[in-house]
Every structure is written in C-alpha cells, then in structure tokens.
Write a protein that binds this ligand. Structure first.
Ligand SMILES: *[C@@H]1O[C@H](CO)[C@@H](O)[C@H](O)[C@H]1NC(C)=O
Ligand SMILES: *[C@@H]1O[C@H](CO)[C@@H](O)[C@H](O)[C@H]1NC(C)=O
Length: 222
C-alpha cells in the first residue's frame, strides 16, 4: 500500500513537471525572448506589407468578383499571405509559431480594426506592448513598464542602460557604460576622472596611463 502511494506521488510529480510547470512559465512569466520574437514578428509584418503591396487577388477575377470582394489592400486574402511569413527567419521559430497561434486573433483584430480602418496604429506597439504585453515602450521595463532610473528621456543619465529595458522583464538596475558607476551612473569608476558634473549630467574621462588607478584630471600630472 505504502509502495503504491509513493509510486502515485512520483507520477503526480512528473505530471506536474510536464503539464503544469511549463504553462506556469509560459503564461505567468514573460521572457526577454518573447519580446524579441514579437519584435521579429513586427518586422516581418511590415516586410509582408511591402512584398504584397503590388499584389492583387489571384488571376481570373471577373467584374463580379472584383466588386464582391473588398479591395485586396485590406482583405483577408492579403492578411493570410502576410501571416504566413510572420515567423520567417525568426531565431526561435517554434516559439514564434506558438506565440502567433496563441494570439492570432490579436493580429486579426489589428488588421481589421486598425490597419483596414486606416488608423495609423503601429503594429509593434499594438501587438507586442499593448495586447501580448511581452514588450514595453523604450526606456521602461518590467511587468508594468516602469520607467528606467533617471526617467524615460535620459535613462541612467545617458551613461548606461537599464536592465530589462523595452521588455516585461528585468530589475531596472542601471548597467553603466565604461567609466561610470552608481545607481544612476553619475559617478566615475577608478581609472577615470570627472571632467564635469551636476545633478543630472556627469562626464567621466579615462586617466592618463601613467596614473594607474586614480586621478583627478587628464594628463600625466593628474
Ligand atoms: C525605440 O528604440 C529603438 C532603438 O533604440 C528605435 O529604433 C525606435 O525608433 C524607438 N522607438 C520609439 C517609439 O521611439
Ligand atoms: C548639467 O550639465 C549639462 C551638460 O554640461 C547641461 O546641459 C545641463 O543644463 C546642466 N544642468 C543643470 C541643472 O545645471
């Protein structure tokens, strides 16, 4: 009896790992890759528009057919042609197809309610940021698209990039460019000196080679 329940427990655990766990990951936590896949999809959407821009309904159109069908430009026929190529060249092609399958109605809604209505809505903003919620606007990060430290206009005071920037992931911590450090990338690293600074700007320059690690100005005397 005891043996049986251990066995049952193992089966349940395995089932949990196979069935439940991946869907927690996929549905709960957004990944950086999902955003970059969605970015690829957006690029392919506009490529698809371009490559079909001179197309028309396949030959043999009678007057009746031409009249009874909506113009090709905003037609379902063109949409299908565009959708077919949305994952072309994607680095994660299977992930791309499952993302699309799961959200195909978002792409269709974009097509008929935005694009076909001649609204100037951007595919990437509509699909990846607003509806799939796998990406964030530039210079914001995380689940709620929080502005990066230092603000969206000059994140990390222009001396770095924030972790997770543009995606629904990340800590938002600044990763500073070479020579800078601190939460807001306003301080100079060892081996650099501060040429100028105020509350929101700082300019760090590399020390002269003869100064080794510390200097307060440029040149060998620094
Ligand atoms: C966001 O940043 C990318 C890359 O830096 C740039 O190409 C794009 O135009 C920006 N988008 C907006 C809406 O500013
Ligand atoms: C800080 O310095 C920058 C660059 O030197 C300058 O453009 C900016 O106006 C300064 N800001 C303040 C508040 O002084």
């Amino acid at each position: 009896m005891q043996h049986f329940s251990v066995c049952q427990c193992t089966i349940l655990l395995v089932l949990f790992q196979i069935v439940v766990w991946p869907s927690i990951i996929v549905n709960g936590k957004k990944t950086k890759e999902q955003c970059s896949t969605c970015k690829d999809i957006s690029k392919n959407f506009y490529k698809g528009l371009e490559s079909t821009s001179k197309s028309n309904f396949g030959g043999g159109n009678t007057k009746w057919e031409e009249k009874s069908l909506k113009s090709y430009a905003t037609s379902e026929v063109r949409l299908v042609e565009v959708i077919e190529r949305l994952c072309d060249g994607s680095s994660k092609e299977s992930q791309c197809h499952s993302l699309l399958e799961e959200h195909e109605e978002v792409v269709e809604r974009f097509w008929f309610k935005e694009f076909a209505q001649k609204k100037d809505t951007d595919f990437y903003a509509y699909v990846c940021i607003d509806h799939l919620k796998v990406c964030c606007p530039n210079n914001t990060y995380g689940k709620d698209c929080t502005p990066c430290p230092g603000g969206v206009d000059r994140p990390c005071n222009g001396n770095g990039a924030c972790d997770g920037e543009g995606t629904r992931t990340g800590t938002g911590k600044c990763r500073c460019s070479s020579g800078y450090q601190g939460d807001l990338c306003l301080n100079c690293k060892d081996g650099f000196y501060e040429e100028s600074s105020n509350e929101t700007h700082s300019l760090c320059k590399v020390c002269h080679i003869s100064c080794k690690d510390l200097c307060s100005e440029g040149g060998p005397a620094g």
